[in-house]
Design a protein around this ligand. Structure first.
Ligand code: PMP
Length: 287
């Protein structure tokens, strides 16, 4: 059975779904995206992802597509049609296809945004083996543009970062700017020192992770201390624990940073507990 995807108002088998070669997402990375996790066949943190999507569109002056208010139904329909139990839904909205290439934005009256959604079924995601062993990260320079708070589809450098990690025998990379860690290539980064969880504060330097917001809320509810401030790779290497968060990995322990073992070299109690709480609470609140 081929996957059913959504493109500009239609549900189609993936082989039949197309967008124009003039689409500004394709030509200029002029588009934004969201990834919403599916657990037990339901959407997690959905309102948060939609709020960030609306903000990303507004920051780039991309008009909201006609189906904006129907996005929950479209997500649900794709989950249903593709029988997704665990995995995610990828959603992308671009400024559309004006019929030629030009740097200037097209007139939104005549060029409508392109809307694409597809499912990624990942059975076993919540029970991932990597969460049991933890992952290894390397440090790389953060050379991305200055508006990382907007979730754009310009993912070339994060892709290169993942390849640098792979070449170094690691799983992912943490990016460093002016001596401090910004975030992971596709996740937010944290360290734990004693009873305190330390993570960089929100600014244009990082993506405002939806999982980050939920995890920090759960941490505070569980009486854990949270400190939002920059930290260095050296400080991280001396930490008791480290972890990352994202909609596709939830809370993922980090056990090695640039060759240095973190804590005991196995997932620590704070990361393990936060993963449990996150999975439990987000399934409860899923829609
Ligand atoms: N930072 C970056 C650079 C990301 O790409 C992502 C995931 N897309 C995150 C953080 C985590 O965000 P979220 O928890 O909303 O998935």
């Amino acid at each position: 059975m081929s996957r059913i995807v959504y493109v500009n108002g239609e549900y189609l088998p993936e082989e039949e779904a197309t967008v124009s070669i003039f689409d500004r997402g394709f030509l200029m990375a002029d588009g934004v995206y969201e990834v919403t996790a599916v657990l037990e066949g339901k959407l997690t943190d959905f309102p948060g992802h939609m709020a960030r999507l609306e903000r990303s569109l507004a920051e780039l002056d991309i008009q909201k597509p006609a189906e904006f208010d129907d996005l929950l139904e479209i997500h649900r329909e794709l989950v249903r049609r593709n029988d997704v139990v665990e995995g995610g839904i990828y959603l992308q909205i671009t400024r559309g296809a004006p019929g030629d290439r030009d740097f200037a934005f097209p007139d939104p009256e005549t060029t409508k945004p392109t809307v694409v959604l597809f499912t990624q079924s990942k059975p076993g995601l919540a029970n991932s083996p990597a969460a049991k062993t933890g992952i290894k990260v390397i440090a790389i320079d953060d050379i991305r543009w200055g508006r990382r708070d907007i979730k754009t589809v310009q993912l070339l450098y994060p892709s290169m970062g993942k390849m640098m990690a792979k070449a170094a025998g690691a799983d992912d990379a943490w990016m460093v700017q002016d001596g401090a860690v910004t975030e992971g290539t596709s996740n937010n980064a944290y360290i734990v020192k004693g009873c305190t969880i330390i993570t960089r504060g929100l600014s244009n330097d990082i993506l405002h992770g939806i999982t980050r917001a939920a995890v920090l809320r759960f941490a505070e509810e569980a009486q854990m201390q949270v400190e939002e401030r920059p930290f260095t790779i050296a400080e991280a290497q001396q930490a008791d624990e480290a972890f990352v968060t994202s909609a596709s990995t939830f809370v993922m322990p980090v056990v090695e940073i640039d060759g240095a073992t973190i804590g005991t070299g196995t997932p620590g109690p704070v990361a393990k507990r936060l993963r449990e709480i996150y999975l439990e609470e987000s399934i409860k609140a899923a829609v």
